[in-house]
Ligand binder design. Structure first.
Ligand SMILES: Cc1ncc(COP(=O)(O)O)c(C=O)c1O
Length: 494
């Protein structure tokens, strides 16, 4: 059994962590040195069972873009499902006795149908259709097509997780052109761990590679800090690599999949021209261009979709995470002619287009379309773009990169501590915080990069307050990990 993470004074949290450690395999979670136990959440905050308040800088891994449990979103969700007060109380009037009703019959009929059960949308409608599904398809297509670059996207293939949406998109591509079996994927991308999603993740150096997948370069060193992002980078080597692969696999390249920015790979946000170059290459050779927006969709890059931000027109876009604001739902949205290559049942499963996921998509679209959340996120982004680089003053952070409301802060090695140890120490120190308040971060990406992606609905005051808190925590951590030589105050060197 894995030894559970424990923190002094966290009696309830420690006991929950111990039960989880004995009853679940560690492989079920990505290592995060805190294993925060969340008792409740609202907006940008989580509360631990001990009553400490944590700013959520993860949005539950880019899911709760609208914050946790937003009241108006929840109200919409339950209304779509028929679980609102009106639905729950619904007690259809009994036929009057004068019209042939009698007390006995009425009681029997109501007991079975209307007292023990609620007349609402079913929670499962496998191989049947609900009106919610129809509305979710119409609304999602209208949403992607309203964004510049969404012209080709006219069909929705639902799934439950991001990797399933990727898997289905790749299946469709491989069925559409059976004579083309090579898939290009950007190196160090993350598309999921299962099946074909796992096959197009990572690089050729990882074990168990699928011989049909060839990896291509993605800019990293040239754009590893925000300061470098305004510079033009030389795209010629990237273009040459593509042409070389096209020559090598003449006529056999089926599709190219990339994220708009490398998320799990360490938050590398390329110049828009790079993605445009990939899209052009695909168009020239009729290669299907798949954009994995599982983490970027619904506002993370400052627009509803990253294909709009980056000025590209994908054949398929994969959506997930923020699509349901916490309810598991994902989708590949793309060209109907490509998706039609799959026969009945080839992309079906129990949960795709489940009524609750369709209701969540509708409620989330409502919020994005009827509130100023995108505009607010763009203003909030300016606060983070201005303030995150100041974390470098603490000496703990060396590089900062990102856009919209998704950032990566890269940690330095300090004293005898490796950059990975420092990054883990940051996550732990931020969690422990001070005066009953902390910042919830996830374990580092790519060794030493910490993702900052709070809900888009965070207020500017909350942003400043939480950034002040983080700045102070990092300054203290620096003093602890790399104590100043005797006689020199730590602050003087920061
Ligand atoms: C860009 C991207 N694609 C796909 C996935 C896989 O999604 P899921 O974990 O829901 O399978 C993720 C998850 O982090 C992701 O960030």
């Amino acid at each position: 059994m894995t030894k559970p993470i424990q923190f002094p004074g966290e009696v309830r949290s420690n006991s929950i962590r111990a039960t989880i450690a004995s009853g679940e395999p560690k492989g079920l979670r990505t290592y995060t040195p805190t294993q925060a136990v969340l008792a409740r959440s609202a907006g940008v905050f989580h509360w631990t069972p001990e009553g400490r308040r944590l700013y959520d800088y993860s949005s539950g891994v880019l899911v709760a873009n609208l914050g946790h449990n937003p009241r108006s979103w929840l109200e919409r969700l339950v209304r779509y499902l028929g679980w609102d007060a009106a639905g729950l109380a619904a007690d259809p009037p009994l036929p009057p006795l004068s019209q042939g009703g009698n007390d006995e019959g009425n009681v029997a009929r109501r007991t079975v149908d209307e007292i023990e059960y609620i007349s609402a949308v079913p929670l499962t409608a496998y191989n049947a259709i609900t009106e919610l599904e129809m509305r979710a398809v119409e609304r999602l297509l209208a949403s992607v097509q309203a964004s510049p670059g969404g012209r080709r996207l006219d069909s929705v293939m639902w799934a439950a997780s991001g990797s399933e949406a990727i898997q289905k998109a790749l299946w469709a591509c491989l069925h559409f052109r059976r004579d083309r079996d090579v898939m290009l994927a950007t190196r160090h991308g993350f598309h999921g761990k299962k099946g074909l999603a796992g096959a197009v993740t990572g690089s050729e150096k990882d074990p168990d590679r699928d011989p049909r997948v060839r990896f291509i370069g993605f800019p990293t060193a040239e754009i590893d800090d925000m300061e470098k992002c305004s510079r033009d980078i030389d795209l010629a080597p990237y273009r040459r690599e593509l042409v070389r692969l096209a020559d090598e696999h003449r006529g056999r390249i089926n599709c190219l999949i990339t994220e708009p920015y490398l998320g799990g790979g360490g938050s590398y946000h390329p110049p828009h021209a790079y993605l445009q170059m990939l899209a052009e290459f695909c168009d020239e050779r009729e290669i299907l261009f798949i954009l994995d927006e599982v983490q970027s969709n619904f506002g993370r890059t400052g627009d509803m979709y990253a294909f709009e931000t980056y000025g590209v027109e994908p054949d398929i876009v994969c959506l997930g995470k923020g699509l349901g604001n916490g309810v598991p739902v994902s989708a590949a949205v793309g060209r109907g002619d490509v998706f039609d290559s799959l026969k009945y049942g080839e992309a079906s499963d129990t949960w795709s287009a489940s009524p609750i996921s369709c209701a969540a998509v509708l409620a989330t679209l409502d919020e994005f379309e009827h509130t100023n959340v995108l505009e607010h996120a763009r203003q909030l982004s300016e606060v983070f773009i201005e303030r995150l680089p100041r974390l470098k003053e603490t000496g703990v952070v060396t590089k900062v990169r990102g856009e919209g409301m998704v950032f990566g802060i890269e940690c330095a090695a300090l004293g005898t501590h490796s950059a990975n140890e420092v990054a883990n120490a940051v996550v732990e120190a931020a969690y422990l915080g001070r005066d009953g308040e902390g910042v919830h971060l996830l374990g580092p990406l790519a060794g030493n990069v910490i993702r900052v992606s709070p809900p888009l609905t965070m207020t500017e005051n909350q942003a400043h307050h939480s950034l002040d808190l983080l700045q102070a925590i990092l300054a203290d951590l620096h003093a602890e990990l790399e104590p100043a030589p005797t006689g020199e105050p730590a602050a003087a060197r920061a």
